[in-house]
Design a protein around this ligand. Structure first.
Ligand code: ZN
Length: 133
């Protein structure tokens, strides 16, 4: 398996507007429009620093996994996403090495790419997302 880069870092937030203001007004970054992801019960916005995106995840429902994350651990870094060239191959290699996955098979992320999440119990507490461009 070959990781080509960090695609983005996911950050759990309670208020997308306030976070957007901080990153645009205080940090001088360009923050995207908000994107609805109803199937994940989230609203999402992005910004980017030298090719690495920050993905701000705001739950829209208290049953969202991100809402549960915020309840337990507070706002902050939620996951890190690595870009891979062949996600199916990466999954089978990781399975062979005993790494467990959250998803059985790749699904489509908000940006339309194939993604999969690894089980944080297998990765020392870090939720890792893999994305194939
Ligand atoms: Zn992500």
């Amino acid at each position: 398996m070959k990781i080509s880069k960090i695609d983005h870092i996911g950050i759990a937030v309670k208020d997308l507007k306030k976070v957007g203001s901080l990153y645009s007004d205080a940090f001088g970054l360009k923050v995207s429009d908000e994107i609805d992801a109803p199937e994940r019960k989230l609203r999402i916005a992005f910004t980017e620093v030298s090719g690495v995106k920050l993905e701000f995840l705001m739950p829209t429902d208290k049953e969202s996994v991100v809402a549960k994350f915020i309840d337990k651990r507070g706002e902050g870094i939620h996951h890190i996403c690595f870009e891979v060239s062949d996600i199916e191959k990466a999954i089978s290699e990781l399975r062979d090495k005993g790494v467990e996955l959250v998803d059985e098979k790749p699904r489509l992320g908000v940006e339309g790419d194939k993604i999969v999440f690894l089980q944080p119990m297998s990765t020392f507490g870090v939720l890792i997302e893999l994305k194939e461009k």
